[in-house]
Design a protein around this ligand. Structure first.
Ligand code: 5RP
Length: 226
């Protein structure tokens, strides 16, 4: 396992230490969350009783494979904990998410969690967000108009594609526009401007949501509470 993968694993496994018997858990999407799901599966096999909601179909499959019982928001309206990765973590603990295209479900799940644990390797830390292109989920109808209006806000936006060249479709049957705004110095301002556009479903900016940021460089783990 390379150093970055080791860092992701260590951060993820530290987050799983927060999980207690009887909790309801939001399960993130991506390569860091993968390690959390695997570790949770081990603890479930040892007798831990949890119930979980996944942030993507892929995560639901991974959870089912390790026998983590899944529930939905018809069963609960609040989660004890959510554990998820991020693409960037800024100095003010604002986040960019959505590299895996799951940002809408990720934000819904994080917003329902009493404590949202962000798990990252050290390469995800930045001063200001913006090097990682900001994912914005848009409805397919009139997406060209939404694309135009997003670019009018001051970015270059590219509709995400799959490896085969077809448009990437989210679990919610929408498109993702990856937006290059350069350095994002005021994440709430940008988030609000984007959300005001008809056709924008959600942005990958997660602001004031993290309860803890758990980071590893593959040797040490730090836990920060914003
Ligand atoms: C998926 C996400 C992921 O949490 C983010 O892309 C980080 O992924 P990884 O853990 O693979 O680095 O937001 O939509």
């Amino acid at each position: 396992m390379d150093k970055i993968a080791q860092a992701k694993k260590m951060a993820a496994e530290r987050a799983v230490d927060f999980v207690e018997d009887g909790m309801t858990i939001g399960l993130g999407t991506g390569s860091t969350s993968y390690f959390a799901i695997q570790r949770l599966g081990e603890r479930v096999a040892e007798g831990l009783r949890i119930r979980a909601i996944g942030t993507s179909k892929r995560t639901e499959e991974l959870a089912q494979a390790v026998h983590i019982p899944l529930i939905t928001f018809s069963d609960v309206k609040e989660l004890d904990l959510a554990i998820d990765g991020a693409d960037e973590v800024a100095h003010d603990y604002s986040l960019t998410k959505g590299g895996g295209g799951a940002l809408l479900r990720e934000k819904l799940v994080a917003s329902a969690a009493r404590r949202f644990l962000v798990i990252v390797d050290h390469t995800k830390r930045v001063h200001h967000l913006g090097k990682f292109l900001l994912p914005v989920e848009v409805v397919p109808f009139a997406w060209e108009l939404t694309h135009y209006r997003i670019e009018q806000l001051g970015c270059r936006a590219t509709r995400r594609r799959q490896d085969n060249g077809e448009p990437f479709i989210t679990d919610n049957h929408n498109y993702i526009l990856d937006c290059d705004f350069g350095e994002i110095v005021d994440p709430p301002l940008l988030h609000n401007a984007l959300k005001a556009l008809p056709g924008v479903v959600e942005t990958g900016l997660f602001i004031d949501m993290a309860y803890a940021v758990i980071e590893s460089d593959g040797e040490h783990v730090t836990v920060e509470y914003p």
